[in-house]
Design a protein around this ligand. Structure first.
Ligand code: BJW
Length: 225
C-alpha cells in the first residue's frame, strides 16, 4: 500500500486567483513581512494585521478550487494507499475540492485563535482586535495562522509521515520557508521518491529526483494519472 505525502504552497492556488507571496507583484511586494506576518508586527499594530487577513479571507471565500486541487482529491479517493496533503496554504481549497486528509501547517484563514486562552473558533469574515474570545471573553483575538518565529502546526504528525513516505511531491512552493523547505531533502534521505511540480526551479529543486515544470492546473492532473 503506497504512502504518498504531498506538500503544497501558494502556487497551487494561484490559478484560483489567490496571490502567491514571492512572485513578481506577490503579497510580499505589497506588504512588509515584519509588519503583517510576525508576532511582533501583530503586537505593534493588530488592526493592520487584521486588515491584511480580512482582505485575504474575503478573497478566499469567493475562490474556487482549480484542476490541481481536484486532481489531488481524486488521487486520495482512488489510490490503493494513503494520501496526506500537507499544505502551507491558509485557504480552504483542498477541502473544497474534496481532499479529506489535510494538514494546515501554517494555520487557516477560517479560524480565529485567542492569544490568552488558546481557544479556537470559526473566524467571522471580518475580525478586529476588539473581538472578545467566545470562551474567556478577553479581547485577544488573532487569525489562527503561523507567523515567522512561531512553530508550525502538527509537526508530530508531519515528521513521521515524511519518514514513511514512498512518494513525496512538492507543488507550487518556492522552497524558501523552513521547515517545509527541508521536507524534500528529509523525505529523500528516508527513501521516498521525490517529485517537484512547479512553474519554475525553486530554492529546493536539488532535493528532488524528478521535476515537472508548468502551471499546477496542467502538470498536477497529468502527474496524478
Ligand atoms: C506556481 C504557480 C502555478 C506560482 N503553478 N506553481 C534561516 C535559515 C533557516 C530557517 C530560518 C532562518 N531564519 C529564520 C528561519 C525560520 C523561518 C524561515 O524559514 N525563514 C526564511 C525566510 C529563511 N521559519 C519560521 O519562522 C517558521 N517556524 C519555524 O521555523 O519554527 C521553528 C521550528 C520549526 C520546526 C520545529 C521546531 C521549531 C514559521 C514559518 C511561517 C511562515 N508563515 C507564512 C505566513 C502564513 C500565514 C499567511 O498565509 O499569511 O507562510 S509566510 C508565507 O511563506 C506563508 C507560506 O505558507 C510560506 C511559503 O510560501 P510558498 O507557499 O512557498 O509561496 P511562494 O510565493 O514563496 O512560492 C510560490 C511558488 O509557486 C513559486 O515557486 C512560483 O514559481 C510557484 N507558482 N504560480 C505552479 N500557477
Amino acid at each position: 500500500m503506497k504512502k504518498v505525502v504531498i506538500l503544497t504552497g501558494a502556487g497551487i492556488s494561484a490559478e484560483s486567483g489567490l496571490g502567491t507571496f514571492r512572485d513578481e507583484g506577490g503579497l510580499w511586494a505589497q506588504h512588509a513581512i515584519e509588519d503583517v506576518a510576525t508576532p511582533e508586527g501583530f503586537a505593534r499594530n493588530p488592526g493592520l494585521v487584521h486588515e491584511f487577513y480580512n482582505a485575504r479571507r474575503a478573497q478566499a471565500v469567493e475562490a474556487k478550487p482549480n484542476e490541481a486541487h481536484f486532481a489531488l482529491a481524486r488521487l486520495e479517493a482512488e489510490i490503493d494507499g494513503e494520501v496526506l496533503v500537507i499544505t502551507q496554504n491558509v485557504d480552504g481549497m483542498h477541502e473544497a475540492a474534496g481532499s479529506r486528509n489535510v494538514i494546515h501547517m501554517h494555520g487557516e484563514l477560517a479560524k480565529a485563535l485567542c492569544q490568552s486562552c488558546e481557544h479556537r473558533w470559526q473566524a467571522p469574515l471580518v475580525m478586529s482586535p476588539e473581538d472578545p474570545c467566545p470562551s474567556c471573553g478577553e479581547a485577544a483575538t488573532r487569525p489562527d495562522v503561523v507567523w515567522f518565529g512561531e512553530i508550525p502546526y502538527a509537526m508530530h504528525v508531519i515528521d513521521p509521515a515524511l519518514a514513511e513516505a514512498d512518494i513525496f511531491a512538492a507543488i507550487g512552493t518556492s522552497g524558501q520557508v523552513y521547515p517545509a523547505a527541508a521536507y524534500g531533502q528529509h523525505a529523500r534521505r528516508m527513501g521516498a521518491h521525490t517529485v517537484e511540480l512547479n512553474l519554475e526551479a525553486s530554492s529546493a529543486s536539488r532535493d528532488f529526483a524528478e521535476h515537472r515544470r508548468g502551471k499546477a492546473s496542467e502538470v498536477v492532473p497529468v502527474w496524478v494519472e
